[in-house]
Design a protein. Structure first.
Length: 363
């Protein structure tokens, strides 16, 4: 299983000899923020922001925010958010290493809590040329593609009797198409999920848009951990979320992809989103955020449980990950081929990769 995010668009035309539609990012931004509360009051804030062309002309972009309440190994309290964007490496598909997001917080200190958020945005310009499509300028098109999203979301508490009404972890992804001289923006994909706590100590998963609960793995790992009251994990196992958008031959338009994650915890609880992180690295990552030992045991339980539950009730997958384009009004479907990993640069291929994730694979 790979933990990464990938949005890819591939159109394959018989007889074509060029890779189509891929362009340099027009803009990319990353930001991360962490707040520490004592009671209802914000006492510390850490914020980071990077913008391609504004703060730097070089990639990768990396925004990191982190707060630590204490270095005492018994008084574990802290939070961290990291958002990154890298120019995709097309030679290493299907992991071009573009977007990644990690956000986590825990408090075992009385009356101390945290909130964190991270966001990564990329804008790319796309044009389907007459010479590439084989149809005259102005011919209406409809593209059918997928947003590939992998990761885990977790919430836990120290005591099973602790109310969780103020605890949540939230993830959303979206793609907007920007068309015309006036730059009119229209959503072509919106999806999200939240792991939400309730006052009775229970947790519930809510989903929206192109994701349903049956597409996910919901794991209760409480019994695998010592000194933990409640521990729930939601796994996003290589989701392929379908979406479509219109275009015309010769039209120049932009696609804007956005990944957002946030969490809120309270004293005695923790929450984390790990998007673009190999499962095998979860123990090390949690150790860095919440302290040695605690993160390792929790992360190891996550890895074990994920390996024991290979598929959700209704896997949201795509056998052919290459985008198909319909030429309208004839509704002629242009045939597409795809490599073993779903998309690849081959003679007769269009690749437009927007949102792949951090690194490597979990086997």
């Amino acid at each position: 299983m790979r933990f990464h995010i990938m949005l890819s668009l591939g159109l394959v035309l018989a007889g074509s000899e060029v890779a189509l539609g891929y362009g340099e990012p027009l803009d990319a931004t990353v930001n991360a923020e962490v707040k520490e509360y004592v009671g209802l009051n914000v006492v510390n804030v850490d914020y980071a922001f990077k913008d391609l062309g504004q703060t730097t002309d070089n990639l990768p972009l990396l925004a990191e925010a982190q707060l630590k309440h204490s270095t005492d190994p018994i008084d574990i309290s802290g939070a961290a958010v990291t958002a990154n964007f890298s120019e995709p490496n097309l030679s290493t598909l299907p992991d071009p290493n573009e977007f990644g997001l990690v956000a986590a917080g825990i408090s075992l200190t009385e009356d101390v809590s945290y909130a964190g958020r991270g966001e990564t945005v990329e804008v790319r310009r796309v044009t389907f040329l007459e010479s590439e499509i084989g149809e005259p300028n102005g011919t209406a098109l409809e593209a059918h593609s997928y947003f590939f999203l992998d990761g885990i979301v977790v919430v836990w508490s120290k005591s099973g009797n602790l109310g969780l009404s103020e605890v949540l972890a939230d993830l959303s992804v979206s793609v907007d198409q920007i068309r015309g001289t006036e730059g009119v923006s229209a959503p072509v994909l919106s999806a999200g999920l939240s792991l939400v706590g309730h006052s009775d100590g229970t947790l519930a998963v809510t989903t929206s848009g192109g994701i349903s609960a049956d597409n996910l793995l919901e794991l209760d790992i409480t019994s695998s951990l010592a000194d933990v009251g409640v521990a729930r994990v939601v796994v996003l196992p290589e989701l392929a979320i379908p979406y479509t958008y219109p275009a015309s031959v010769g039209e120049q338009f932009d696609l804007r992809a956005r990944v957002q994650g946030s969490f809120v915890n309270r004293s005695g609880t923790g929450a984390a989103l790990l998007i673009g992180v190999p499962a095998a690295e979860v123990p090390t990552l949690l150790n860095q955020i919440v302290g040695q030992g605690t993160g390792g045991s929790f992360g190891s339980a996550v890895v074990t449980q994920v390996a024991a539950h290979p598929a959700p009730v209704k896997p949201l997958s795509a056998a052919d990950r290459t985008t198909k384009v319909v030429v309208l009004p004839q509704s002629r479907l242009i045939p597409a081929w795809c490599g073993a990993m779903g998309v690849e640069l081959v003679p007769a291929a269009l690749l437009f990769a927007l949102v792949p994730g951090l690194v490597r694979r979990f086997r």
